[in-house]
Design a protein around this ligand. Structure first.
Ligand SMILES: N[C@@H](CCC(=O)N[C@@H](CS)C(=O)NCC(=O)O)C(=O)O
Length: 238
């Protein structure tokens, strides 16, 4: 079968990694197009004006802006359908290409719990995981300055709350959000928690154990897809 599905990603991005991993986990025929957020720049070496350019990657220029005028990745494209939101993309790919029906369950009571997490995570796991990484790791490295520790600490505090709420409310006593089966909600959560972890944030044992469970479901692709972000973080922090 010729693949019609294209995903536009950079593995620095948490939701982009979740999309890549989902396509691989369900063997969806697809093309992965890499759009470099830090095009042509080594984030750990950029200086002054160069640092400004370094934060302006391929996502800000044509031809990508013809696909996403919002200038963000990831994007999912399949024939005539273009999706500019990662959660919509995850739902679409799982609904269309996961024959097992595991990753985005059909039963409305189960599916709603996945949706609940996907809605919640934007202002919680995403906002504070990325806020921590951006302020502690990425921007200080690009701008050659010290991190604003007051801002970093605020994200740290919020991340602790996020971890508690995720473990207590979303997981409860079960290994994954909906019970024993991994879904796109778990995959996205793991990819989001990986970002502050790579930046030096000390994740609590329940979240580390959760990540291990997701990793086991995904297989070796999990670490492969996370390698670039982890190495970049290491370099920036060195
Ligand atoms: N709500 C969008 C947000 C996408 C988003 O913020 N993407 C980031 C990477 S994780 C990005 O493209 N940032 C580049 C920029 O803002 O210049 C989604 O979930 O797809």
């Amino acid at each position: 079968m010729t693949a019609t599905l294209k995903i536009f990603v950079d593995h620095l991005s948490q939701p982009a990694r979740a999309l890549s991993l989902l396509c691989r986990a369900i063997n969806a025929p697809h093309h992965e197009k890499h759009i470099q957020l830090l095009k042509g720049k080594d984030a750990s070496n950029a200086r002054g004006k160069e640092a400004e350019v370094a934060v302006g990657g391929e996502h800000l220029r044509k031809p990508f802006t013809d696909i996403n005028p919002f200038k963000k990745i990831p994007v999912v494209q399949d024939g005539d359908i273009v999706l500019l939101e990662s959660c919509a993309g995850l739902r679409f790919i799982a609904s269309k290409y996961d024959a097992s029906g595991v990753w985005y369950p059909g039963k409305v009571e189960v599916r709603s719990k996945v949706d609940e997490y996907l809605d919640w995570q934007h202002l919680n796991t995403r906002a504070h995981g990325m806020g921590y990484f951006r302020n502690k790791v990425l921007m200080p490295s690009l701008k050659k300055c010290e991190p604003d520790m007051a801002v970093v600490r605020e994200h740290e505090k919020e991340l602790q709350r996020v971890e508690r709420q995720f473990a207590r409310y979303f997981l409860g006593p079960t290994p994954f959000i909906t019970g024993d089966q991994v879904t796109i909600g778990d995959l996205l959560a793991a990819c989001e928690f990986e970002q502050p972890l790579a930046g030096g944030y000390n994740l609590s044992p329940p979240i580390r154990e959760f990540i291990t469970r997701v990793k086991e479901k995904v297989g070796p692709d999990y670490d492969e897809v996370h390698t670039y972000m982890r190495q970049l973080a290491k370099k920036c922090l060195a």
